[in-house]
Write a protein that binds this ligand. Structure first.
Ligand SMILES: [Zn+2]
Ligand SMILES: [Zn+2]
Length: 455
């Protein structure tokens, strides 16, 4: 089946418009809509872009988000061939980058060719290797030890991305870049091997449509008909079903609002980042039925780079003062339970809903949805939904897993909340300059650590 004549005409017009710089993102809406009934139309448009518009652009990324999985193999073959010939063809590089994020297995037949594409940034190159089988990466063993410095580093980064223990072990013994690069794939060296610092499954925070429509139009691009699949709205029935709507604000998953406990540093009410109620399985939190992730938005990132809170079932989160960074220099695990260091909140978290705290987010019932592996790894600075629980964190300035102040062990990534959500005053909240807020979790101590990064 081939795209029909009408589709060809639309594609030709779109390409002409992009070439003549008359193109507007809204023009992609009808194309995405057409793609639902005629998936090959999107493939045909992308192939035309690859051949005629080497300067690429963000429209390539949008179209790729809507390309059905079975058609990726064809597109990737074209993109690899073009990128080998013309390594600065931005359209082809974008296809390779998005394939590495969404469907890396489509790149695995071409890993040797991809490794030779010098214009691929280290991270773009590496993600093609995610989950690759051992036999597909053995060609990197020579460049890992015998290449020039840049090649050795790229080989190591690519090998780590396989996340295969036998490959990590080999790289540890063979590469001087190993220790610096290991956190990039969310692992640390642990006794007897390696420890993964994130849970594999990513759950996206899904907001009600009425809330999404109040966000700035360029956040979700819903009005243009090109809203990224990760912005799938919450199902009204599910929200009603878990009784988290207005009639039961103290139940269900929820973003924003404030809790009763106060910040031990500045005295303001703590803001809720995210309530997990019930705590989902397989996110690395055991033994708690619900979890209120909170922070003082006034102090976070300003008074303190990291804020730590201790959590117990049915009790308010309590602040833990900053102690030592990392395991080095630790003097036993005496901090937790040392009452004089722990400032208790003055009421349980499930008290009456508070209107606001210092800059708190507007309270909103949400759903957590599993969109599968395709969107479990994402990039920053896209128009995608980066509000997530679990999965590999989307870093802005590089990996940063904090040490738990209770036990000194590295905390696991638990959740991230992006910028641009609404404050209680209806304004767009930003972490620094459009950054992302992260929550790390020590399950042994039940301590959350909150911090943010921005560009
Ligand atoms: Zn504070
Ligand atoms: Zn701990």
């Amino acid at each position: 089946m081939h795209a029909n004549d009408e589709t060809h005409q639309i594609i030709a017009t779109l390409i002409d418009d992009i070439e003549a710089r008359r193109f507007q993102r809204a023009a992609l809406g009808p194309m995405v809509e057409r793609g639902r009934a005629e998936p090959r139309a999107i493939l045909a448009l992308l192939e035309a872009v690859l051949h005629r518009l080497p300067s690429g652009g963000t429209h390539v990324d949008i179209l790729l988000a809507f390309l059905p999985e079975p058609l990726w193999t064809e597109l990737v073959a074209v993109a690899v061939a073009i990128a080998r010939q013309s390594p600065h063809n931005d359209a082809a590089i974008r296809v390779l980058r998005q394939a590495g994020l969404q469907l890396p297995e489509t790149l695995h037949p071409y890993l040797e060719a991809i490794f030779r594409i010098e214009s691929l940034a280290e991270v773009e190159l590496a993600q093609a290797f995610r989950g690759a089988p051992l036999e597909a990466v053995t060609f990197l063993f020579d460049p890992l030890t015998e290449g020039a410095e840049r090649e050795r580093r790229r080989a190591c980064r690519a090998l780590l991305e396989t996340r295969r223990i036998e490959v990590l072990t080999f790289a540890e013994q063979s590469s001087d870049a190993f220790a610096a690069l290991l956190p990039e794939v969310g692992f640390e060296v642990a006794q007897g091997g390696f420890r993964q610092l994130y849970t594999p499954r990513a759950l996206h925070v899904a907001f009600p449509t009425a809330y999404l429509d109040r966000l700035a139009p360029d956040v979700t691009e819903r009005s243009l008909g090109i809203s990224h699949p990760t912005w799938q709205p919450a199902s009204p029935d599910r929200l009603r079903g878990n009784r988290s709507a207005a009639e039961a604000p103290d139940q269900g998953h929820r973003v924003g609002g404030a809790v009763s406990a106060r910040c031990a540093i500045c005295g303001q009410r703590l803001a809720r980042l995210l309530r997990l109620d019930p705590v989902p399985t397989a996110v690395g939190v055991r033994g708690l039925l619900r979890l209120e992730l909170v922070a003082c938005f006034s102090c976070l990132g300003w008074e303190r780079e990291l804020l730590h809170y201790r959590h117990e079932d049915g009790q308010a989160a309590s602040w833990l003062p900053e102690t030592r960074d990392g395991r080095d220099g630790r003097e036993g695990g005496a901090l937790l339970g040392a009452g004089d260091h722990v400032a208790r909140g003055d009421a349980p978290d499930d008290g009456p809903e508070m209107e606001s705290a210092g800059g708190a987010l507007e309270a909103c019932p949400v759903e957590l949805i599993d969109l599968g592996p395709r969107f479990a790894h994402q990039d920053w600075c896209t128009r995608e939904n980066l509000h997530r629980v679990g999965g590999h964190p989307v870093w802005i300035t590089g990996p940063a897993y904090p040490a738990c102040p209770g036990c000194g062990v590295t905390s696991m990534h638990l959740a991230q909340i992006d910028s641009e959500l609404l404050t209680g005053e209806g304004l767009a909240w930003t972490w620094g300059d459009g950054g992302i807020c992260y929550v790390a979790w020590c399950d042994r101590c039940r301590v959350s650590t909150v911090y943010w990064q921005c560009a």
